[in-house]
Design a binder for this molecule. Structure first.
Ligand code: FEO
Length: 160
């Protein structure tokens, strides 16, 4: 069965969102490097790479279904944050946004009875649980331990 034009377009749009995510985390990495938090920068570097892997997973799926991948424009991300907490709060909010996008794709696949896309999307539904948990745990830790323990948290995130 061929992938619908609508689903191919929606997946291409999601690929853009994944590359946008990669850029957002790359900019957060640069912010942390500049602020002297090498561990947090390392965490963001890994996160950026994961987002590129997410994009590649969708691209491979388009190819597997004989659909066209269109290389997207990537949005310029925000360069600066008030604090590490501010950056991780933004990362958490962004992951919640990505989850809502994935759920919309699931809704679309269900409406189209596109079982192959549903199966592929299941991985992303599970991944988003982990993505949100990772970001929200760091937000909680930064809120709990406050600014006095920033360098401790930095060291811990450097071990990702
Ligand atoms: Fe690709 Fe962080 O979700």
């Amino acid at each position: 069965m061929q992938l619908s034009k609508e689903m191919a377009a929606a997946i291409n749009d999601q690929i853009k969102a994944e590359f946008d995510s990669a850029y957002i985390y790359m900019a957060m990495e640069a912010y942390f490097k500049d602020a002297g938090f090498d561990g947090m920068a390392h965490w963001m570097h890994k996160q950026c790479k994961e987002e590129i892997e997410h994009a590649e997973r969708f691209i491979d799926y388009l190819y597997d279904r004989g659909a066209r991948f269109i290389v997207p424009d990537v949005a310029k991300p925000k360069d600066s944050y008030e604090s590490p907490l501010d950056a991780f709060k933004a990362a958490y909010a962004h992951e919640q946004y990505v989850t809502s996008r994935i759920y919309k794709l699931v809704d679309m696949a269900m409406a189209e009875k596109d079982y192959a896309s549903l199966s592929m999307l299941k991985w992303f539904v599970d991944e988003q649980v982990e993505e949100e948990d990772n970001a929200s745990s760091i937000v909680a830790k930064l809120e709990r331990l406050g600014t006095h323990h920033l360098f401790l948290i930095d060291k811990e995130l450097g071990e990702r």
